[in-house]
Design a protein around this ligand. Structure first.
Ligand code: SAM
Length: 286
């Protein structure tokens, strides 16, 4: 990989290329984005689907490359997105279905794929205030869980997803797929337990940690007075003691039946909708 690519990839300004060969170097670069190392080195990631690409552009995400299937040529929305991409200095590739399948590793790929610049928020950019809810995930490992949590956090109106320690990459293809576009809608922060705890102190954020040994029913907590961070544990080992001890509240979701615990994404959803219950209403019901 060249230095230029390492710094975010060469910007082939405003070109439209037709590609049918799987060994085309640009196609190879895009395929390499399935590896975390390549995503980190280039600072980019792949998102599939026309609607997702349109939404991302509307939200101001920077597109490096737009790839669309020959069969999509001439469709007004695809043409609009292609024009926008070129205007912003990106590259547009018109490719065969075979190339698109190999890029997305799918037999029936979406007609449109966008390569975007990754975007991370910092803790200090979050500006917590009453009514804001954050999800803090300790070492989340499963890409599907993380994608589902990002989607659910967006749907519940959360203000950010904080990734503590060694987490799975939110910009992997599997996670981005599971977010259904919400990866573009919610701030993502990469941090660690120490930084997180220091931030919550200076920002006045109440940490409600979830734990199978929590003695407080999660429905009895007052979530209305302060900004809240819902702290969730790792899929296998749960929350480490140090994080559990540092929390303001240690809550549990009561269970029946034989299951030891809930799936992490399910537990996060239960917590989010309870913590934001006072802020959520059907239209016309507010
Ligand atoms: N064996 C792990 C343990 O002992 O904690 C199970 C972890 S569970 C699959 C993943 C995370 O989901 C937990 O760390 C917690 O944050 C949350 N969770 C799952 N079920 C829960 C429950 N009933 N009450 C509170 N949190 C729960």
């Amino acid at each position: 990989m060249t230095d230029q690519m390492r710094q975010g990839g060469p910007r082939r300004v405003g070109q439209v290329k037709e590609v049918t060969s799987l060994s085309n170097p640009i196609v190879k670069e895009i395929k390499a984005l399935t590896s975390k190392k390549d995503r980190e080195q280039t600072g980019t990631f792949m998102a599939e689907g026309l609607k997702l690409v349109i939404d991302a552009l509307e939200l101001g995400w920077i597109i490096r490359t737009l790839v669309y299937a020959k069969a999509a040529k001439g469709k007004p929305l695809v043409e609009q997105v292609a024009t926008k991409t070129v205007a912003k200095g990106g590259l547009v590739l018109e490719v065969s279905e075979k190339v698109l399948s190999s890029i997305t590793r799918r037999d029936n790929p979406q007609m449109v794929v966008g390569i975007f610049e990754q975007r991370w928020a910092s803790l200090d950019a979050l500006q917590p205030e009453k009514g804001k809810t954050y999800v803090a995930l300790d070492r989340v490992r499963d890409p599907g869980n993380l994608g589902t949590i990002i989607r659910t956090a967006d749907a519940a109106g959360a203000a950010g997803v904080l990734l503590l320690g060694d987490c799975t990459d939110p910009f992997s293809l599997e996670t981005v797929r599971a977010t259904m576009g919400s990866v573009f809608a919610i701030p993502l922060v990469k941090t660690d337990p120490e930084e997180f705890l220091a931030w919550r102190k200076r920002a006045g954020v109440e940490v409600v940690a979830t734990h199978l040994e929590g003695s407080v029913d999660y429905r009895t907590v007052d979530y209305t007075k302060k900004p809240i961070a819902l702290l969730m544990g790792n899929e296998q080992s749960g929350l480490p003691n140090a994080l559990a001890k540092a929390a303001d509240r240690l809550v549990r979701i009561p269970q029946q039946g034989r299951a030891d615990s809930l799936n992490l994404a399910v537990a996060t959803a239960v917590m989010l909708f309870e913590a934001r219950r006072h802020l959520l209403a059907l239209e016309g019901n507010q």
